[in-house]
Design a protein around this ligand. Structure first.
Ligand code: SAM
Length: 275
């Protein structure tokens, strides 16, 4: 008899997903980790009861965290992924041969180990790629202490609960800015505005104070229920919306991203215009 996975991220709203098979259900030092096979979303990663990524719709998220930014940056070689333990973002970045090094900082070694084994369809073994260096620590501490500088920083972070809370503090954004090169760019996962408008507003408030240029763009990830998801971009020199695409000649295979989707992603509904 199939069981049901119930996600309650937003008060008064439950997402129920039929489970075919429970592959993993364990507690790491940091969180409960579940890996479930489901008929609707395929294989899914759940951390502390919240869906993090699914085989069905991960491309709409990982491709939009990566390609809009990489397409406008001059030859980004050193990239930092904050979180991202499932390897999906790393896999997208590895589509560009000019990338030399990807530092990935995830607090949970278990997530990386299990994702390497169970999410090959999503990460295509990116977590074991020689360009990828993995650090197991709180990314808040890593960015406060690293001497490295990055061309692109992607905060593939969870919601601001549990281990993720440190990745939403103002100091976090200041430290991100300190390790970004002048012509660099940072992209922050910033919630589902219909249900988490304060999260999106909070991110924009912080980055407005710290970076010279920033803005919000959108993607649709059905398993992050509540409508479209907001991604916030920040830079001191490069404008994600206005700058021309300098890497469009790099042929990349994508499931969701293309140049029409990119253009459309910047159109903002009224209720967010004043965010
Ligand atoms: N796509 C998801 C979302 O939008 O909610 C995020 C996916 S990714 C799996 C989130 C990763 O962040 C997890 O692997 C988790 O272990 C990691 N993480 C949570 N808090 C962290 C922290 N403070 N420092 C580094 N990694 C953290």
């Amino acid at each position: 008899m199939n069981t049901i996975f119930k996600e309650v991220l937003h008060k008064g709203l439950t997402q129920e997903v039929t489970i075919n098979k429970v592959l993993i259900d364990k507690k790491s030092k940091h969180q409960r980790i579940q890996i479930l096979d489901t008929p609707v979303y395929g294989r899914i990663l759940v951390l502390d009861g919240i869906i993090q990524i699914t085989e069905k719709d991960e491309a709409a998220y990982s491709e939009m965290l990566v390609h809009p930014a990489i397409q406008v940056l001059k030859n980004p070689q050193n990239i930092l992924i904050i979180g991202g333990g499932d390897g999906a973002v790393a896999e997208e970045i590895l589509k560009y041969n000019f990338v030399k090094k990807i530092d990935l900082v995830d607090i949970d070694k278990e997530v990386v180990k299990l994702s390497s084994k169970y999410f090959k369809k999503i990460n295509k073994n990116a977590l074991n790629n020689k360009k990828v260096n993995i650090f197991f620590q709180d990314a808040f501490d890593f960015i406060a202490t690293t001497k490295n500088k990055y061309d692109l920083i992607i905060a593939d972070r969870p919601d601001p609960i549990g281990a993720g809370i440190s990745l939403f503090k103002e100091k976090f954004y200041k430290n991100v800015n300190n390790i970004l090169i002048d012509e660099g760019m940072a992209i922050f996962q910033s919630g589902v505005p219909f249900l988490q408008k304060s999260e999106t507003k909070e991110v924009l408030k912080h980055v407005n104070k710290i970076f010279k240029k920033n803005g919000v763009f959108f993607t649709v990830v059905p398993s992050y229920i509540g409508g479209f998801m907001a991604l916030v971009w920040s830079s001191n020199k490069v404008d994600l919306k206005k700058n021309k695409l300098i890497n469009r000649k790099v042929k990349i295979k994508t499931f969701y991203y293309n140049e029409e989707i990119r253009k459309g992603a910047f159109y903002c509904p009224n209720f967010l215009k004043f965010v």
